[in-house]
Design a binder for this molecule. Sequence first.
Ligand SMILES: *Cc1c(COP(=O)(O)O)cnc(C)c1O
Length: 319
Amino acid sequence: MPTLSFKDRVVSVALTRARELGFTTVSCASTGNLANSTAAIAAYAGLDCCVFIPSDLEAGKVLGTLIYGPTVMSVQGNYDQVNRLCSEVANTHGWGFVNINLRPYYSEGSKTLGYEVIEQLGWQLPDHVVAPLASGSLFTKIYKGFREFVEVGLVDDKPVRFSGAQAEGCSPIAQAFKEGRDFISPVKPNTVAKSLAIGNPADGVYAVDLARKTNGNIESVTDAEIIDAIKLLAETEGIFTETAGGTTIATLKKLVEAGKIDPDETTVVYITGNGLKTQEAVQGYIGEPLTIEPKLDSFERALERSRTLDRLEWQQVLV
Ligand SMILES: *Cc1c(COP(=O)(O)O)cnc(C)c1O
């Protein structure tokens, strides 16, 4: 994934189709990662590019878009306002918006995250999937990818439970699931998980339906739990995820603790973006390097000091 999130999959499908359809300018409404991918792949494909983002995004996501040389519109509003504006621009300018007028192709790209899991499990389905929810597209298309491989006979069918992850500060899908509703009540997002901050998710009802019919769950977690989970994944697996992955790991933990995931189930957890993109989220929670002089005794003193303070104490010192 050249721009360090799974959005490279969806955008490569959408822009391939955009070129076939004859679009010369491509665009998107983005919570950050989509803008990175659209700008990068448009550059490669030789298409003009203009992307729209909310103005409060992480620095890494803005820089990671600007580097490819697109026009970037930083909109003073949240994602849902950006999305509304883009629907109007799509109508008036005839541009190819990957997640609006090209959305059917964009969402099909997420099926590859289903295909490759089957392949990596040795041509088997898992028992349980835990994945993050923004618009709900990825979640439902992993399912579609699984179904297609069953239909063409590449893998034996069996029930797979689908559980979704949201941040409490933007959890319209989790709320609808918990309250047994068939509709989504839009919310105003306020969470560190900005890549998942869609208050009015287009595929929300389908995500609720999928979790229900597969006997899964949809949970939400706090920003503090998200940050702890980012550290947990890094310290135990050597994987540094962005906040969306923190949301998913924190949800996994919650579901396991509640007995909703059996430890004997084969559970696949989707980590969808790289932690270098959301460094702000963990700044101040991860300690600092020990600064020393280039001398052996300075090193020995620092080593002694670091051994007398255990990890927990370090965290308290630094918070
Ligand atoms: C976009 C995104 C998602 C989820 O997207 P959907 O809109 O639900 O398909 C998950 N993780 C990351 C890192 C993303 O950028």
